[in-house]
Design a binder for this molecule. Structure first.
Ligand code: ADP
Length: 371
């Protein structure tokens, strides 16, 4: 063995097919605390821990034999003192003096091992922090809802006149209180939904849902808001009746969210419409508006939680919401096996599309007759 090989900055061991060690360099002897005489002529098992011996028999040696070489095999070597040294091994089968040898170089992995431990530790901490955040969010959302319900309930009582007539000014104040309650309730619901989606706790109950029925219900709920905002409803173009596989309440939530956004971001005089198309075994439901639009770079961000963008000089934050609506829509659609996507042109409008699976027809879903 050349001097260079003896003291190279990596260990070297060569063994024959029966496992007998034929060569070892000084670096390996130093790494493992053996003398040359203690290893040459001995089986490679001598420098392997029990688990490593099985690994050698069942994986490392067969792989070397089949491939004639192995790269970056991660294993542990055992020192004379009985401790383990993690190493990375590269090996190659070569013929010398008419015999086959398995020549392997090994590099210590102590540093990398420490880095990996640190990374795992950091990941564990991040996961714990995320779980704690989700728990905190859902607890807070529950606790915030209760007093809010009491505020809204009492304001409703005042509004109804049950506790005495209100002056015009008092009536306006009560309306303002109820408005703020509604906004706050929506925010809390969003937070709660988001927290539950994050913790994988949201359950969706998939069943065949009438598409046109879902769209018409959502439209009925936003009609008043559209009139107030002086927007036209183009049409509902859902053609013939389609049944989709969805959780009826969650589909309603997504449609309402997309329609409310369309209303928020379309100036008076604009138009909002809904259309449905069938592609293969999927239905695409598109909510289209002629609003301010979203720029290309912003389109890739709006589905991320807590993202609001300022389009067309309009500050979204001033229109309410906390940037959770679309993140929730997308997660809910995915939980139903579907997707929500968006296309947009600044100044011309946006199209948000929900994709869901067509419900199997009754014939298909009926179990096959037995016998
Ligand atoms: P928020 O409830 O705060 O509006 P969303 O997640 O629903 O949050 O939407 C994120 C952002 O995407 C909005 O703040 C807005 O900037 C943009 N956006 C969503 N829908 C539309 C739309 N129809 N037209 C223009 N911008 C939109």
């Amino acid at each position: 063995m050349s001097d260079l090989m003896k003291t190279a900055p990596c260990g070297f061991v060569s063994f024959s097919d029966d496992g007998t060690m034929d060569e070892v360099n000084d670096t390996l002897l130093e790494m493992l605390g053996f003398t040359r005489i203690e290893l040459l002529g001995w089986h490679i098992d001598r420098i392997l821990p029990p688990g490593g011996r099985i690994f050698y028999q069942t994986y490392l040696f067969p792989l070397l034999k089949v491939q004639s070489s192995v790269e970056e095999i991660y294993l542990a070597l055992r020192t004379s003192g009985g401790t383990d040294v993690p190493v990375l091994l590269n090996g190659r089968r070569q013929e010398r003096r008419g015999r086959i040898f398995n020549d392997c170089v090994v590099v210590r992995m102590t540093q990398r091992h420490a880095f990996e431990d640190q990374l795992l530790q950091a990941r564990r901490l991040a996961e714990e922090a995320s779980a704690a955040k989700t728990k905190f969010l859902s607890m807070m959302s529950h606790d915030l809802r209760t007093p809010l319900a009491a505020i809204d309930g009492n304001a409703q009582l005042l509004e109804s006149g049950a506790v005495g007539d209100l002056s015009q000014q008092q009536r306006e104040s009560v309306e303002a209180i109820r408005d703020a309650c509604r906004t706050q309730m929506t925010l809390i619901s969003d937070l709660l939904d988001f927290a539950q989606l994050q913790s994988g706790k949201i359950q969706v109950q998939l069943a065949p849902v009438s598409l046109i029925g879902a769209v018409e219900r959502a439209h009925a709920l936003v009609k008043g808001l559209m009139d107030e905002s002086m927007l036209r409803f183009g049409s509902i173009d859902c053609g013939e009746e389609h049944m989709v596989m969805a959780d009826a309440n969650r589909l309603q939530q997504i449609l309402l969210n997309l329609l409310t956004n369309a209303i928020k971001f379309t100036p008076a005089g604009g138009e909002i419409s809904v259309e449905c198309r069938v592609r293969d075994d999927h239905v695409l439901i598109s909510v289209r508006d002629t609003g301010i639009g979203i720029s290309e770079p912003d389109l890739s961000r709006i589905f991320s939680p807590f993202v609001q963008v300022d389009s067309g000089g309009q500050r979204s934050a001033s229109l309410g919401g906390v940037g959770l609506g679309l993140a929730i829509c997308r997660e809910l659609a995915r939980a139903m096996g579907g997707e929500v996507t968006a296309r947009s042109t600044v100044g011309a409008g946006s199209v948000f599309t929900i994709e869901l699976a067509v419900a199997p027809s009754q014939e298909e879903s009926r179990p096959a007759a037995v016998g």
